[in-house]
Design a protein around this ligand. Sequence first.
Ligand code: NAP
Length: 247
Amino acid sequence: MTEKRVIVVTGASRGIGRGIAVALAEPGCTVVVNYSTSPDAAQETAAAVEAKGGAPQLCRFDVSDPEATKEAFKEIAKTHNRVDVLVNNAGVARDNLLALMKAGEWDTVLNTNLKGAFLCSQAVVKMMMRQKYGRIINITSVVGVIGNAGQCNYAAAKAGIIGLTRSMARELISRNITVNAVAPGFIETDMTHKLPEKVKEELLSQIPAGRYGTPEEVAAAVKFLVSDQAGYITGQVIHVNGGMFMG
Ligand code: NAP
């Protein structure tokens, strides 16, 4: 690993992505803070990265847009000449029951959460292969493993992330690139704030820890997986869920 790491976190303007960007920031490293619609929030993440001694770079692109993603990574490569860590975190939910789900709701969730991770990974992989070093972390969800009524699109995307992770891990470990997934349970962010009170109470009753998790607790697992100590760990799904699911 180089001392001056270049780290890219997608969807880093808010929530878990913000927590990850700040947790990975350390003196000398560059943290590319990707976002799509919230420049002010992204700016706040950048300030928090800077406060930890990291060099932030704001980078706006929609991870589901193949051309925009390719262009953004081309620019990152031109500026830094390397990417050491990619965290595929950007995600959205468009919940609905199967019988009512619109094709557009399916497409938005699959395109952002699953295709986005594929596009970003593909955009960095050649560089990581040349470097003979890389760490890729994909953010999946407990829902991708156990399912959730009203989230067929989201659960399918998150289950897909696990298959993507394991296939990439097998392809890339010979080049010293590890690929792992982190599966949060229910974490306090904008995504879960939007849920109706009744749903939140029901969810809470399923969490043995008796509380939601924090972005920082998810970020701690990511931080371990990108460390030198985790170099022999690949293709794994690390659950951070307060005991909600034990697999
Ligand atoms: P959040 O608070 O809603 O934040 C989502 C982030 O993703 C924002 O930074 C947003 O950027 C970005 N984003 C959305 N669409 C994007 C796109 N097309 N291109 C680039 N960036 C995009 O969500 P969160 O709860 O932190 O979730 C982060 C990840 O964790 C997601 O993959 C989610 O599925 C997963 N997860 C969350 C939970 C949970 O309980 N919260 C549990 C399991 C897994 P803008 O601000 O610019 O829109």
